[in-house]
Design a protein around this ligand. Structure first.
Ligand code: NIG
Ligand code: FE
Length: 391
């Protein structure tokens, strides 16, 4: 029998199961308890009725939430872009081309440096409650460095994304078509065994709709599932393409036409919003309210990367989404947990229900609402991942 742990005296528990508790999408239970058996949740219910377990953990009237599912990050990189950030805060605009700085630093770094960096940001995220994360290549932009990034990422997560089509490699500046051939040919062959997903930055200065379609279609033929950086810096074809190709997620969604919103509302593709990017590039906020009112599924993630969004903090993103994007605290919490799981087409994470992976965080607060109400305060106090207390 695997070891059991009872977490009891939880003042407010977000389960993300509408059949539980208050019947809202959060399935909020008060005075609750959770039993973990091995790596999974074995029991959820009122603290007064909790069964006994091998060990008991007293939440002492705090709130518990599912561990965050950060479905969008770029964590295999070296160096930083402090100068570029400084220039932006003095009025310069963010451009896709800044990615080249990180490509040069990443290519020059050893495997050990890249892995140490990745581990550092993952531990940072875990302490802030992230128990599932996706991460991408995209700072190698040649076959060797892209496949190296994916191999390193795959040691730390199952949610690995091949983003050879981040921008046209500087080695192919004069011949973007030849770079698309490389990404869909030799590079894809080398990278597909290490990844689950394929992504394209569909944007002016990166890849247009036709190129993005060719790249994602080639990836699908090799068994990868598509997701797209879509409509971040300008209006464009990315969102429609995501829905057309049944991508799990269209990420950013900052510039949307009514037709884009309708497509997301009717399709199977999650709209993943990344407010850290708008914060760090001083850009216009994505309109979460418009997407939610239309019926789209919305996820919230960090986009952690050294250029456009150098935060690993999902609580920070929740606070931004509530303050500036029209989300309620309940919606933002759902989007950062169950929404992230939907963006990764997962049902085993992002919820605290019997049979789910035992990933949860305790907050130094009586309710999840405090994540937005007390911005910038490190409220995550304990974290369980796969049933083990890790932070
Ligand atoms: O999601 N938009 C494209 N890629 C990243 C930025 C990467 C960078 O600036 O280094 C993003 O914002
Ligand atoms: Fe990104």
């Amino acid at each position: 029998m695997p070891r059991t742990t009872l977490i009891t005296d939880i003042a407010s528990l977000v389960t993300n199961d509408p059949a539980q508790g208050d019947g809202t999408p959060l399935g909020l239970m008060t005075d609750a308890a959770v039993v973990i058996e091995g790596e999974t949740v074995a029991w959820v219910g009122p603290a007064a009725k909790a069964p006994s377990a091998d060990e008991t953990y007293d939440a002492a009237g705090r709130a518990a939430i599912p561990g965050f599912v950060d479905s969008h990050s770029h964590l295999v990189f070296a160096g930083d872009r402090t100068q570029e950030f400084n220039a932006r805060m003095s009025g310069r605009a963010y451009e896709a081309g800044g990615i080249r700085t990180t490509v040069a630093a990443t290519r020059a770094a050893t495997d050990a440096t890249l892995e140490a960096n990745l581990t550092h940001y993952l531990e940072e995220a875990l302490r802030q409650g992230t128990t599932t994360f996706e991460t991408k290549s995209g700072y190698g932009l040649n076959t060797e460095d892209e496949s190296r990034a994916l191999r390193i990422a795959a040691r730390h997560t199952d949610e690995v994304t091949f983003l050879g089509a981040h921008i046209v490699s500087p080695d192919y500046a004069e011949d973007p078509a030849a770079y698309v051939d490389l990404v869909t040919g030799e590079m894809l062959d080398a990278c597909a065994p290490h990844a689950r997903w394929i992504d394209v930055f569909c944007e002016k200065g990166a890849f247009d709709g036709d190129q993005a379609r060719a790249i994602l279609t080639a990836g699908k033929a090799k068994g990868l599932h598509p997701r797209i950086h879509a409509n971040q810096l300008s209006y464009g074809p990315g969102v429609q393409l995501a829905v057309e190709l049944d991508a799990a997620s269209a990420d950013h969604c900052t510039h949307l036409t009514d037709a884009d919103v309708d497509a997301l509302a009717q399709g199977n593709t999650v709209a993943t919003l990344l407010p850290g990017a708008e914060f760090s590039t001083r850009a216009e906020w994505p309109d979460a309210r418009r997407l939610l009112d239309a019926g789209a599924t919305v996820a919230l993630s960090t986009d952690c990367n050294p250029g456009s969004s150098f935060t690993s903090s999902v609580p920070f993103c929740i606070a931004l989404a509530v303050r500036d994007m029209g989300m309620t605290p309940d919606e933002a919490l759902w989007s950062a947990t169950a929404g992230g799981a939907a963006a990764l087409r997962r049902t085993d994470v992002g919820r605290v229900t019997v049979g789910a992976r035992a990933d949860l965080a305790l907050l130094n607060a009586p309710s999840h609402v405090h994540l937005a109400y007390r911005p910038g305060v490190p409220l995550v106090s304990e974290v369980w991942r796969k049933g083990t207390r890790v932070a």
